[in-house]
Design a protein around this ligand. Structure first.
Ligand code: GDP
Length: 424
């Protein structure tokens, strides 16, 4: 079988959580390798409906080891809250099925505060932060001004390190933003209430993964957000602060030599986008409202209404390339069942010229969508479990998308439940 990465092809919220939840059955280890608690994977299974933020989606499977790699933004406060919520539904979480990399950098109490201060300063020029402290966290990581999870085992050294960081950070909080400084007492309280409590989970996950690899175990890498939010390849500056691409998995998981055999790119049957930034295929008004309602498109973390539109072939083809996807999971096809005809954004026009290539970020706001329509199927497909059971028009739509984006569609999802899937 081998190793697999499940990644988003578009702006995020493609349904990666449901794909990971479905496929974890076959894997021994599930690893989150980037991002933090700033997005949510929605999973519906026998335990209920969950919005996972930081925990890997393999947490619901017995015998699966879940790893938070060195590439994640480790927020002890949010993580503990998430663990409690999920435990309350009867899911066992302990140091046997959850492992945190000792090399993961820790999101500190001031990161969330700095996010809020910066968004307030930007006023109406915001970049759509979820205010989880992710951008300040990654900036500090790259400035080497945060701490590693493993430092929790060296309390004296850690407290000295944090005191240094506190002094530096307060200069910024007070002098740049004119806000209240953090105190040593606040930090100590945070350490006792949150940080030290995650110690049982912290270990050398690099060693664990290398050993697993040597023993022929199968590893699943789970990404957050999608290609268009990737720090290097996305719609700058409206990206996230980490690499959402499969290529980052070996680094962010702590297993640089790992070979990824399959990259499943998750694409929604229409487009959605949360927050700011150019979204070329966007719909407005009544038809947008109808699609948003049909798809239940409200953010898993924030509850914000998502921006919606038809599938965007130009952006999706680019996303497939950036992820080097080997297979596509097309989700939420059932949501389109109400439509008489199925819209597809096939091209863009830029300064009067038709283009196929996804534009450079600075040119993107000038791009206009070209929309074509395919026949709808107008029937409930949520009970279909085999390719042949889908109406011809639905199959034609899937095949059309597949041909246009240049990657095989191996999975078609027709509902949020684990079993609502067609495997081709
Ligand atoms: P993720 O971050 O990529 O996991 O995306 P979300 O958490 O936003 O998941 C997408 C939403 O769609 C969740 O509420 C899922 O339960 C739901 N969902 C996933 N696949 C399907 C599907 O095929 N049909 C329907 N109707 N809902 C789906």
């Amino acid at each position: 079988m081998g190793n697999c990465a499940i990644v988003g092809i578009n702006w995020g919220d493609e349904g990666k959580g449901r794909m990971v939840d479905l496929l974890t059955e076959k894997y021994d280890i599930v690893v989150r390798y980037q991002g933090g608690g700033n997005a949510g994977h929605t999973v519906v299974n026998e335990y209920g409906k969950f919005a996972l933020h930081l925990l890997p989606s393999g947490i619901f499977r017995k015998n699966v080891i879940n790893v938070l790699g060195n590439g994640v933004a480790l927020d002890p406060e949010n993580l503990l809250a998430e663990i409690e919520t999920i435990r309350a539904k009867g899911v066992g979480i302990d140091e046997r099925n959850l492992k945190i990399s000792e090399r993961a950098s820790v999101l500190l109490p001031w990161h969330r505060e700095l996010d809020a201060l910066e968004e307030a300063r930007l006023a109406d020029k915001k970049y759509g932060s979820t205010r989880q402290g992710i951008a300040p966290f990654y900036s500090d990581k790259y400035q080497k001004k945060t701490v590693l999870a493993g430092e929790l085992f060296y309390p004296e050294e850690l407290e000295r390190h944090l005191a240094e960081l506190l002094e530096w950070k307060n200069l910024i909080i007070q002098r740049v933003y004119g806000a209240e400084p953090f105190t040593a007492e606040q930090l100590r309280e945070w350490l006792d209430r949150f940080a030290y409590r995650i110690k049982p989970f912290i270990t050398d996950t690099g060693k664990l993964l290398s050993k697993a690899q040597a023993n022929g175990k199968n590893i699943l890498f789970e990404a957050q957000l999608g290609s268009l939010r990737d720090l290097d390849f996305g719609i700058a500056p409206y990206t996230t602060s980490s690499n959402t691409t499969a290529a980052y998995a070996p680094v962010g998981s702590g297993c640089p030599s790992v070979k990824i055999d399959e990259i499943i790119g998750v694409v929604k049957a229409y487009s959605t986008c949360v927050g700011e930034g150019p979204f070329t295929c966007e719909w407005f008004g009544e038809e947008a409202e109808k699609l948003r309602e049909a798809g239940g498109e409200y953010g898993a973390k924030t509850g914000r209404p998502r921006r919606v539109g038809p599938i965007d072939i130009v952006a999706t083809r680019y996303g497939v390339k950036v992820q080097a996807a080997t297979c596509i999971a097309l989700t939420k096809l059932d949501v389109l069942s109400y439509m008489d005809r199925i819209p597809v954004c096939t091209h863009y026009t830029l300064h009067g010229e038709q283009i196929d290539e996804f534009p450079f970020p600075a040119a993107l706001p000038d791009a206009k969508p070209v929309t074509e329509y395919l026949p709808g199927w107008k029937s409930d497909i949520s009970g279909c479990r085999k390719w042949e059971e889908l109406p011809k028009e639905a199959r034609d739509y899937v095949e059309y998308v597949e041909a246009r984006i240049g990657c095989r569609v191996g999975y078609v999802s027709v509902g949020p439940e684990r079993g609502s899937i067609i495997i081709r």
